[in-house]
Design a binder for this molecule. Structure first.
Ligand code: C2E
Ligand code: MG
Ligand code: MG
Length: 446
């Protein structure tokens, strides 16, 4: 009885291939193995085109026979695979250890060729074609769930564009596939405490010491791992969840700010705010409340607003910035150089500084055009009497160039990557870029 039950959960009775559930377990094991052996693992998901139609026309009995035939052909042609499954309905999957991108394309083409000879339905030859989506560990995903999703996205692409097969391409990812998974999760993730803030120091170029931190959100997703903000912040922005998300970030950042302040690390923390957040008219009051609650002076909070979107929503933004700046909170234009802020506009906005986008900074020692952009942005900022921050400082050469140009503040991997609070405390205590106390000794914790 137990044996039969196990067989049913592990083996699809119709095709004798693994079930989806069993296959997912295998996928996790195979990924662990591939990680240990430092090799790749390919996942192909095959979906049959028009199967439902055929099933409908010839009846489910014929449909079953056809699925068995597909399974036989699929098994025959995937002898390099170490796990195969019928995922359910008309979808099949197989894993291929140690496979290259070129290799998996050959496999996909072979599978499709195996489906070429017509299937017989009650003596009538029927053409049945399939589409395949493929994704490779670790290039496309490091976790099983995400690898599955990415192969499914590739399958959709293949079906949509009639390409036969498609290897996952991040550029083709329509987002909406992942969106469903993320969307359901963002609200819960706040309650489940799955978001974390990492902090990256901002360094004063003249004193070569830390002068503040930027809080950057990450999602510690139980199945996917650490998800960068670029994957979920835009979704939150489009759906209104950004209000709850930003309030969480503000609460968390200011609470950390207070803890550090008590321990002698008394520095401003910058929080990234989406222009959408300014539709929330209560936001300035909410911020004022948090500052009061943590007994923090307003200049311990900095807000960073991305330039591109900022200008699209100029009215809301400038209204809110005026209120916030009257409260003593400093605002920065983030990713400066990617949008269209005119000098006139910039002059009217109550901003304390601009952050030059890392794309220009990162290339400034290699590309003279980028160097010119950085130099003129620094001059522009200084002519307006505001602070200029360079982000994406990855090398000592870039640091030296910025220093020569008179840039005020730098942020980048060269000095420190964004880190969780505890790691950052260690960095503050040990790094030459750490914090200098007024009496000249460097701050250590407590
Ligand atoms: P941003 O505010 O412009 O942040 C800078 C990004 O550059 C961060 O990526 C940071 O990790 C990365 N970075 C820092 N130093 C270097 C470097 O030297 N080289 C390179 N190549 N990159 C560097 P991250 O953390 O993935 O954040 C991406 C963007 O997501 C942020 O860009 C910001 O626009 C948004 N974001 C992050 N946290 C939040 C948040 O709490 N709320 C909102 N609304 N947006 C956030
Ligand atoms: Mg920022
Ligand atoms: Mg930026």
């Amino acid at each position: 009885m137990v044996e039969r039950l196990r067989n049913r959960t592990e083996c699809d009775p119709l095709t004798k291939l693994s079930t989806r559930r069993f296959f997912q377990g295998r996928l996790r094991q195979e990924i662990d193995e591939a990680r240990r052996k430092k090799r790749s693992l390919g996942l192909c998901v095959l979906g049959l085109d028009r199967f439902r139609e055929i099933n409908h026309t010839f009846g489910p009995h014929y449909g079953d026979a056809l699925l068995r035939d597909v399974a036989r052909r699929f098994t025959r042609v995937t002898d390099g695979s170490n796990a195969r499954a019928r995922l359910g309905g008309d979808e099949f999957a197989a894993l291929f250890p140690d496979v290259t991108k070129a290799g998996i394309k050959v496999i996909c083409a072979d599978i499709l060729t195996a489906l070429d000879p017509p299937f017989m339905a009650q003596g009538v030859p029927v053409d049945l074609s399939g589409s395949i989506g493929a994704a490779i560990f670790p290039d496309h995903a490091e976790k099983s769930l995400l690898l599955f999703q990415r192969a499914a996205i590739a399958l959709d692409q293949a079906k949509q564009f009639g390409r036969g097969y498609a290897l996952y391409e991040p550029e083709d990812d329509p987002y909406s596939q992942v969106k469903l998974v993320y969307l359901g999760g963002i609200r819960n993730a706040i309650e489940l405490n799955q978001f974390v803030l990492h902090f990256q120091p901002k360094i004063d170029i003249r004193t070569k010491r830390t002068r503040g931190f930027e809080a950057l959100i990450r999602w510690n997703h139980p199945q996917i791992g650490l998800v960068p903000p670029s994957e979920f912040v835009p979704i939150a922005e489009r759906t209104g969840l950004i209000h709850a998300l930003s309030r969480w970030v503000l609460r968390e950042a200011l609470s950390q700010c207070r803890t550090w302040r008590r321990n002698g690390i008394d520095m401003p923390i910058a929080v990234n705010i989406s222009p959408r957040n300014f539709h929330d008219r209560q936001l300035p009051d909410y911020i004022a409340g948090l500052l009061r609650q943590h007994r923090l002076p307003p200049d311990r909070l900095e807000l960073e607003i991305t330039e591109t979107v900022m200008m699209a929503d100029a009215m809301h933004v400038s209204e809110a910035l005026n209120r916030l700046s009257k409260m003593g909170i400093r605002a920065y234009i983030d990713d400066f150089g990617t949008g269209y802020s005119s000098l006139g506009h910039l002059k009217k906005l109550p901003v304390a500084g601009i952050k030059i986008h890392k794309a220009f900074v990162g290339q400034m020692t290699l590309d003279e055009n980028d160097a010119v952009i950085v130099r003129s942005t620094i001059d522009l900022g200084h002519n307006l009497g505001i602070e200029v921050v360079a982000e994406g400082v990855e090398s000592p050469e870039i640091w030296d160039r910025l220093s020569l140009l008179g840039c005020d503040t730098a942020q980048g991997y060269y000095m420190s990557r964004p880190k969780p609070a505890l790691e950052l405390e260690r960095w503050i205590a040990e790094s030459p870029w750490g914090i200098q106390k007024r009496n000249g000794t460097r701050t250590t914790r407590r």
